[in-house]
Structure formats: C-alpha cells, structure tokens
Ligand binder design. Structure first.
Ligand SMILES: [Fe+2]
Length: 260
C-alpha cells in the first residue's frame, strides 16, 4: 500500500475550526491511518482570527498529539504546521518567528489567500528565497485566478511554489467546469501535493484515498504516488522538492476559451 501524505489537515484540538476535542482529533487520526495515510500535518490556522496560535503553541499541541498517537499505537507521524493566511506583514511575521513552517523545518510555508481576496505571491516568494523558504499554495483549486490561468500558475511554479489540491475536490468536483480544469491541471503536471483539509470526523472528514484514486485514474500510478506520497512526505520532512515545469494541454485550454 502506498504510504499517503496529507499535507493539509487540521488536527490540533481546540486551536481553530478543526477538531474541538482531543478525542475527535484522535478519531480523525485513526480514520486517516485506516485509509493508508502515514504522514500528516498537525495543523491549525495562523491568522488574525486566531491570535493565540503562536508557533510555540502549535508545536506544543502537535507534540502532545504525537504522544497520544504513540500511546494508542496509531501508525501516523504528524508534523506541526501553521496554515498561514497571507497578509501585508507575512514576511516580517515569518522573520520574527511568529509563523510555523511545515514541520517547523523552515523550508516550506503553507499559505492561503485572505478571505475573498487574491494576492500575487511573487513578491513574498522573492523575499523568502534568500532564506531558503518556499511556498505551498493551500487548496489552490479554490482560486479561479490560478485554476483558470495556467500562465500565472506556471510563473508561480517556476518561482518555486508548489500547488496543493484538496483530495475531495478531485474525487468529487462540484461541477463539470471544475472537473475539467482539475483534470487538465493533473494531466499537465500543475498539481504537486495533496491535502484533505480535514476538520473533523463528520464535517469535512480527513479523506485522502479517494483523491489519490482519482489521481491514479487521471495521471497513472507513478504520478499519483509522487503527488500523494513522495513529494508530500518530502515537504512534511522539510526536504527540497524540484518539480518539472508543467505542460498545459493546449487542446483543453483552447476548448475552455472557445467552448466545445
Ligand atoms: Fe485548512
């Protein structure tokens, strides 16, 4: 079985809109392990809505969860991580130590857009580059400015960003346009890591395997294993990842622009 890596799952009990209790976090972890996930973020939001979520607080909560997993023999390794909402002060916040990179390795920063806004990340990418830090764009399928603009997405990837897609969006796209765009993304090599964006056992459960199976169907098993396992584990462990430049499928973009 492929050891899957969930690069976006909220597992820190009571710290954000993820699992409210330690029991629910543990239940999520058991479910993840049962479907083959072996590595996962222990993640919580870091934004103005959760001012108490300091890097130290997230690390301590993740260490506690790791202890619980060991005590209950759940075969899941967790990596303390902040889901950082972009703001004008993101770079300064990172330099001050306020933000927690993926796994705390200072190699990858998991970032999401502010509510109802879309920002160009390239200035931040340039500022972080001398420090050896790169961005993972969280749930990138949510942003039409990326999903429907392959040229922009190519520039971001060329600048060093990795594109994270939500497994449920692959497995169950909410309309045909979304499905076609995601299929093009996967076929063209625009998708690098997978996340469940799990928040609880019932609402937004941490399901990764259906998304992995969809990747297998759309891109073949070797590509699916790179995305859902190899590259994901590398990011969680703070290792460098070099991805090939994407290749937009020209016929599909033409079709999207001109119909048919
Ligand atoms: Fe999230």
């Amino acid at each position: 079985m492929t050891p899957l890596a969930d690069t976006h799952v909220h597992l820190l009990a009571g710290l954000d809109d993820g699992p409210p209790t330690a029991d629910e976090a543990l239940a999520m972890c058991r479910a993840m392990a049962a479907e083959g996930v072996r590595h996962a973020t222990a993640l919580a939001h870091q934004n103005a809505g959760y001012p108490a979520n300091t890097a130290a607080r997230l690390r301590a909560a993740a260490a506690h969860l790791a202890g619980e997993l060991a005590a209950h023999n759940v075969p899941l390794t967790v990596y303390p991580t902040g889901e950082v909402m972009l703001s004008p002060t993101t770079f300064e916040d990172w330099r001050s130590g306020a933000l927690l990179s993926v796994g705390g390795h200072d190699q990858w920063l998991l970032v999401e857009m502010p509510h109802a806004l879309f920002l160009d990340v390239l200035p931040l990418v340039d500022a972080l580059r001398p420090h050896g830090v790169r961005l993972v764009i969280a749930h990138a399928e949510r942003y039409p400015e990326l999903l429907h603009d392959p040229a922009r997405t190519e520039r971001w990837i060329a600048a060093g960003c990795l594109i994270q897609v939500t497994a449920s969006a692959l497995a169950d796209p909410w309309d045909h346009g979304m499905e076609r765009a995601l299929r093009d993304w996967v076929a063209g090599g625009f998708v690098h890591v997978l996340g469940s964006d799990g928040h609880g056992t019932a609402f937004r459960p941490p399901e990764l395997a259906p998304g992995f199976e969809r990747l297998v169907k759309w891109a073949g098993r070797p590509a699916a294993e790179r995305i859902a396992s190899l590259w994901g584990v590398s990011v969680l462990q703070g290792l460098p990842v070099q991805v090939p430049p994407p290749k937009p499928p020209p016929r599909s973009w033409f079709t999207r622009l001109f119909g048919g």
